[in-house]
Design a protein around this ligand. Structure first.
Ligand SMILES: [Fe+2]
Length: 308
């Protein structure tokens, strides 16, 4: 466990919280069909910005893609006069398609994901029999982040943290006093992400989460999903480290690694796969690019039978 990086991230959050470093502004967008929260994070002074976990709409019945969700993000960026410097993906999502290439075409910004995406490409390249033309070296992305990598959004300092468990490549991005934690934790009343996809690991997820939970209590957390916990009738995607430590259903302070692993493993055994896992992984492992058209000009996605 590389605590040097957590120590730096802690300092970054504290100095931002105390006003010594500039604080990012965050605007979130929620895509209800996939329960996904996308975030635009920007430096109010330079107006440089990053887009995190965008959504390309996909209707599985018709096979139609559309850009409604991403259009709302695009409109906001244009209205606010922001300059996109990063298109960040916390991981290769299994429940929605990324709109990063579409947004990048119009707005620019470097497309980035965790360096371990190569392991995801290896596993799913085999499952989808993607052939030798599918590179498994992460070259579909402009930048691959490793644990502790630092980057800037205008004058806002940021750091990438590797938080595997849900998938081998999951990253969290600490940007000023805010952390974008992808699929690790959900809202405290809902718990944690599943760890049973190929390459997932409940024990690793617990360790990644404990590492995130060692950030300062005041750290603002922005999640990738919300499913409305039983008894809550509104969507929510922002919380804090303090709230998670106090009341997260699965990993509040005092829950041991073994207890978590037992709970997570039992719960995962009851979950069905996400509706969009086949198109999502196939496209997101390619950086969100749709498969090349066949000779009739139509693009196809594959469904491997009896595999997952
Ligand atoms: Fe996910």
């Amino acid at each position: 466990m590389n605590d040097v990086h957590i120590a730096h991230a802690t300092q970054l959050v504290k100095e931002t919280h105390e006003g010594a470093l500039p604080r990012p502004v965050i605007k979130s967008f929620f895509d209800e069909p996939t329960y996904t929260a996308s975030h635009v994070v920007y430096d109010p002074k330079t107006r440089e910005a990053a887009i995190i976990d965008s959504v390309l709409n996909y209707d599985p019945a018709s096979g139609r893609t559309s850009c409604e969700s991403a259009q709302a993000v695009l409109d906001f960026i244009k209205n606010e006069n922001l300059t996109i410097v990063w298109q960040l993906e916390t991981h290769a999502h299994a429940d929605h398609l990324s709109a990063a290439p579409w947004l990048q075409e119009q707005l620019g910004g470097k497309l980035a994901i965790g360096a371990e995406i190569t392991r995801v490409q290896e596993v799913f390249g085999k499952i989808f029999n993607a052939g030798t033309r599918f590179a498994r070296d992460g070259s579909q992305f402009d930048h691959l982040f490793r644990d502790g990598d630092r980057f800037m959004i205008g004058e806002i300092e940021a750091m990438a943290l590797h938080v595997p468990g849900h998938t081998p490549a999951d990253m969290a991005f600490v940007i000023g006093d805010a952390a974008f934690i992808g699929d690790t934790l959900f809202m405290p009343d809902f718990g944690t992400a599943r760890a049973d996809f190929p390459g997932g690991d409940a024990r690793q997820l617990y360790r990644s989460i404990r590492r995130l939970l060692s950030l300062p209590a005041e750290t603002r957390l922005f999640l990738c999903h919300d499913y409305k916990a039983p008894g809550r009738d509104f969507y929510a995607w922002e919380t804090t480290i303090g709230a998670q430590r106090e009341s997260n259903l699965h990993v509040h302070d005092g829950v041991s690694e073994d207890e978590f692993v037992e709970m997570r493993t039992k719960r995962d055994a009851t979950l069905s796969l996400p509706n969009l896992i086949m198109p999502s992984v196939q496209i997101n492992m390619r950086g969100g690019r749709l498969p090349e058209p066949e000779e009739n000009g139509t693009r196809y996605i594959k469904i491997p039978l009896d595999t997952l």
